[in-house]
Design a protein around this ligand. Structure first.
Ligand code: FAD
Length: 579
């Protein structure tokens, strides 16, 4: 099987198939990247470590001084993913994600400034740019002489990105751009913008991507937004007033802007994932130190079960997040094409694992956690946005389930059309029909059909592999059942869709953890047993969550809950009081 043809793990899983080649061997960093990264991580650590007090001040002031941005430029922080012969470090996805981990340990505003530049701002150039465009902009983007930003969101178009109102009209050799973009990260410091504008008014989502620079007349930015978190990072409006953009500034093809935007976001997800993992590692470091030093009731609070439960769970969450982000980065580096669902899962899981960790870390620190003197509260504020930007986790859940189910839906569709033809040509459709029926029967009875079980895991993981396979069969039958029940109407059944998404998220993360632990055991790693314990906890909890979600497919209070919400919407307030 060629890399390009490797199927999406989750799409296959929804049909009951386990694509071991996607998981195993668990990806490792390219040799060249590893050596380079070691040096970069150490240098980053000493540069950022020197600013720890400054980060707290800049958060309060709500802005980075320009000297600090210059320091990042001099360091080469804006050239992480730009090829070496163009002046960058040439990092692959895994090394890039790991570098952002290091940055996020110190400061999320810095991580998002670098991330918005590399993950989304200039990624369109990397993925879709012509040789000429790359030649023109790579050198400046790599030194930070030009900082990049990604301009999609507008006042009327957030999650529904296809509804943007910014327009580009062709006029001779130029496109003329008019419109306003909202909450653009790096807006105030960028001079290179990847801008999405409507070029076909007759079509929803008929948009095109353009490279726009501040050298072009009519580009302006609004004031620095005052935010809950990431306060030092620049967030502004970016406005386009009769901006003439030469036709050779188009990114990708005319009318393909929506696809360009989605590919950029998919490809850049491991940046945010890496940042989330870095912040979790820092919180675990702070919380273990705090719990070891703090004494109450005559003993260190680390000796209390409730504190141990929190720290243990943080470690499990961090290991799981790192595993899933690394697995997806490995898929990107290996040249896989079909990883959008898996990348979305890694974003949802890593950002929520960080949120839980930041919350529990603050709890371990008690009152200290609430004081601005310590970094806990800043880290909690900073990471809240991760669940909103680059696609809200709610929208991504819908995307994960609906896209994951695609394969099953097309098989069912094919089946429906074959059923019709069977009456006239009973033999023609028989093979496919019986194939599908056999597959379904195997799933229901648990018969081990080829491709539905693990054959490459070490024997020590047999029990986890068995429960994973059981859960996979349940997912496949549940997907089939839900699709048969709702058909195309599934789009409007968000309660049901979300349940399937939760199962898919748990299964993909479980698979990532299992693959990583497998390779650690196979390699005889000294700490393999500790890693197996993490798998044990994750797999046990995931199994319970999956069972719960499966039970709720048919036995739920969805309609009653909708009725409760309808009542609140009708009144526009909470209905009751005790006076
Ligand atoms: C600090 C910050 C930095 C940002 N940086 C950038 C940037 O660099 N570039 C850029 O282009 N954008 C950026 N954004 C914008 C960000 O991507 C959007 O905020 C995000 O996409 C959500 O859009 P929205 O805020 O308009 O929420 P809305 O789309 O209005 O959503 C509001 C709520 O409704 C839910 N919802 C919406 N539609 C549905 C549906 N169909 N079904 C169920 N639930 C639904 C959402 O999940 C959400 O909970 C940034 C935002 C912030 C706050």
């Amino acid at each position: 099987m060629t890399e390009e043809k490797m199927p999406s793990f989750m799409r296959s899983l929804c049909m009951g198939r386990i694509e071991q080649d996607v998981l195993l061997p668990f990806p490792t960093m390219r040799d060249g990247d590893k050596e380079m990264l070691q040096g970069v991580a150490e240098a980053l650590s000493s540069m950022l470590g020197a600013h720890e007090e400054d980060f707290r001040r800049w958060d309060r002031e709500g802005e980075f001084p320009s000297e600090y941005i210059d320091e990042l430029k001099e360091f080469g922080a804006f050239g992480l993913i730009i090829p070496e012969d163009e002046g960058g470090l040439g990092f692959g996805s895994m090394a890039y994600s790991r570098a952002l981990q290091e940055v996020a340990k110190y400061d999320a505003s810095t991580a998002v400034t670098i991330g918005a530049h590399s993950s989304i701002g200039m990624r369109g150039l990397k993925l879709f740019g012509t040789d000429e465009q790359k030649k023109r902009y790579y050198p400046k983007l790599s030194t930070g002489e030009m900082i990049a930003a990604f301009c999609l969101t507008e006042p009327g178009a957030g999650s529904d990105a296809a509804s943007i109102a910014t327009v580009a009209k062709r006029d001779g050799d130029d496109w003329v751009l008019n419109g306003n973009k909202l909450w653009i990260t790096n807006g105030g410091i960028a001079s290179f913008f990847t801008v999405f504008a409507k070029t076909d008014a007759s079509k929803r989502g008929g948009m095109t991507a353009f490279i726009v620079t501040t050298e072009m007349e009519g580009v302006s930015v609004g004031p620095h937004e005052d935010k809950m978190g990431l306060r030092a990072s620049s967030t502004t409006t970016v406005n386009f007033d009769e901006v003439r953009v030469p036709a050779d500034h188009m990114l990708g093809e005319e009318g393909q802007g929506f696809k360009v935007a989605m590919k950029i976001l998919n490809s850049g997800r491991t940046g945010l994932g890496g940042g989330s993992v870095g912040a979790m590692k820092k919180i675990i470091e702070m919380a273990t130190a705090q719990a070891s030093e703090r004494k109450q009731f005559g003993q260190a609070i680390k000796d209390f079960g409730l504190i141990q439960q929190k720290i243990g769970q943080m470690v499990v969450d961090c290991y799981a997040a790192e595993s899933v982000v690394t697995l997806v980065a490995g898929l990107v580096d290996a040249g896989h094409e079909d990883y959008a669902v898996e990348a979305a899962i890694s974003k949802v899981f890593a950002t929520e694992a960080l949120w839980r960790t930041a919350d529990e870390g603050l709890q371990v620190a008690g009152g200290n956690g609430y004081m601005c003197e310590f970094p806990y509260e800043r880290m909690l504020r900073d990471c809240r946005i991760n669940r909103i930007f680059e696609g809200t986790n709610d929208i991504l859940r819908l995307f994960i389930a609906l896209t994951g189910m695609n394969g099953v839906a097309s098989e069912l569709k094919e089946l429906a059309s074959l059923r019709k033809s069977i009456f006239s040509h009973p033999i023609k459709g028989f093979g496919v029909l019986s194939d599908y029926a056999t597959k379904q029967a195997q799933l229901r009875t648990g018969i081990r059909a080829e491709g539905t079980h693990f054959t490459r895991l070490v024997p020590e993981l047999a029990a986890y592999a068995d429960s994973f396979e059981d859960a996979t069969r349940e997912l496949a039958t549940a997907t089939d059942r839900v699709l048969r029940k709702h058909g195309k109407g599934i789009i409007g059944k968000q309660f049901a869709t979300r349940r399937l998404a939760e199962i898919m998220i748990d299964l993909f993360v479980w698979a990532a953890v299992m693959a990583r632990v497998n390779d650690a055991i196979a390699a005889g790693a000294d700490d393999a047993e500790q890693q197996r314990e993490i798998l044990h906890v994750f797999a046990g909890a995931a199994t319970k969550r999956i069972r719960h979600q499966l039970r709720r497919i048919d036995d739920n209070d969805d309609e009653t809950l909708k009725s409760v919400a309808a009542h609140a919407f009708e009144l526009g307030r909470f209905a009751w009081d005790t006076i």
